[in-house]
Design a protein around this ligand. Structure first.
Ligand code: DX5
Ligand code: ZN
Length: 216
C-alpha cells in the first residue's frame, strides 16, 4: 500500500449534525469513517451506541470502521453488525471470549480487528494476529480525543509490520490517537491513520490530503 488510508474519527465531529459531517468528510476524501464507541466502564467516557451508527449508515456507503471501547463486547456485537458496521475492532483487555467474537464476525461476513491499550504488551495479541483483518495500535490512552501522540508506541507498529512479513499475515496496521501531519511521518509502517481533532479542527480536505501525501 503506497498511501495511508485516512479514517476521520467522528468523536471530534459535530454530533448535532452527523449526516452533514459525514457528507463533508466523504467529499473531503475520507477512506473509512471511524466510530469510537465508549461505555463509561472500559473507558471513563460515554459516546454513542449502535442506533446512532444505524441511522447514519443511510447517508453514505463509505466503510464504517467501528472501534469498541466497551466491556464484554460479545454482548453487543450483534447490534453493531445489524447497524451496518463494515469492520468491528475491540480491545484485547475487554473480553475473555475473543475467539468467539472472531468466529461470530467471520460468520456474519464482517471484518474483525483487535486493539490494545498503550500499556498492554503486544504479545497478548499473538493468538489473534493470524485471524485479524486489522490491528489497531492505540497511540493515546483510549477514552478521549485531542491527546498527544505517544512516541513509545511506534515500536509496536514497526514490530507488527515485521511479524506480518515474517509470517505472511494479512492484517492492516491502523494507528489511533494524536495523529497529525507532524506525527504521521513517524509511522510510515502503518496502513491506516485515524484522525479526529486534526481533521475536524482544520479544513477537512486539506487535513486528509496532508496525511495521504506523507506516505505517497
Ligand atoms: C480515543 C479514540 C480516538 C480518538 C482520536 O479513545 O479511539 O479514535 O478519537 O482522536 P484524536 O485524533 O483527536 O487523537
Ligand atoms: Zn478510535
Amino acid at each position: 500500500m503506497s498511501k495511508f488510508l485516512v479514517a476521520p474519527s467522528m468523536l471530534s465531529s459535530d454530533f448535532s449534525d452527523l449526516n452533514a459531517e459525514i457528507k463533508k468528510i466523504d467529499e473531503a476524501g475520507a477512506d473509512w469513517i471511524h466510530w469510537d464507541v465508549m461505555d463509561g466502564h472500559f473507558v471513563p467516557n460515554l459516546t454513542f451506541g449502535a442506533p446512532v451508527i444505524k441511522k447514519t449508515r443511510k447517508c453514505t456507503d463509505t466503510f464504517f470502521d467501528v472501534h469498541l471501547m466497551i466491556e464484554k463486547p460479545e454482548f453487543f456485537l450483534n447490534d453493531f453488525v445489524e447497524a451496518g458496521s463494515d469492520q468491528i475492532t475491540f480491545h484485547v483487555e475487554s473480553s475473555t471470549k475473543i475467539k468467539d467474537c472472531f468466529d461470530y464476525l467471520r460468520k456474519k461476513g464482517i471484518k474483525k480487528g483487535i486493539t490494545l491499550r498503550p500499556g498492554t504488551d503486544l504479545k497478548t495479541l499473538d493468538p489473534y494476529l493470524a485471524d485479524s483483518d486489522v490491528i489497531l495500535v492505540m497511540t493515546v490512552e483510549p477514552g478521549f480525543g485531542g491527546q498527544s501522540f505517544m512516541e513509545d508506541q511506534i515500536e509496536k507498529i514497526e514490530k507488527l509490520k515485521e511479524i506480518r512479513e515474517e509470517k505472511g499475515y494479512n492484517y492492516l496496521i491502523e494507528v489511533d490517537g494524536g495523529v497529525s501531519e507532524k506525527t504521521a511521518p513517524l509511522i510510515k509502517s502503518a496502513d491506516v491513520l485515524v484522525a479526529g481533532s486534526y481533521v475536524f479542527k482544520n479544513d477537512y480536505k486539506t487535513a486528509i490530503d496532508s496525511l495521504k501525501i506523507i506516505k505517497s
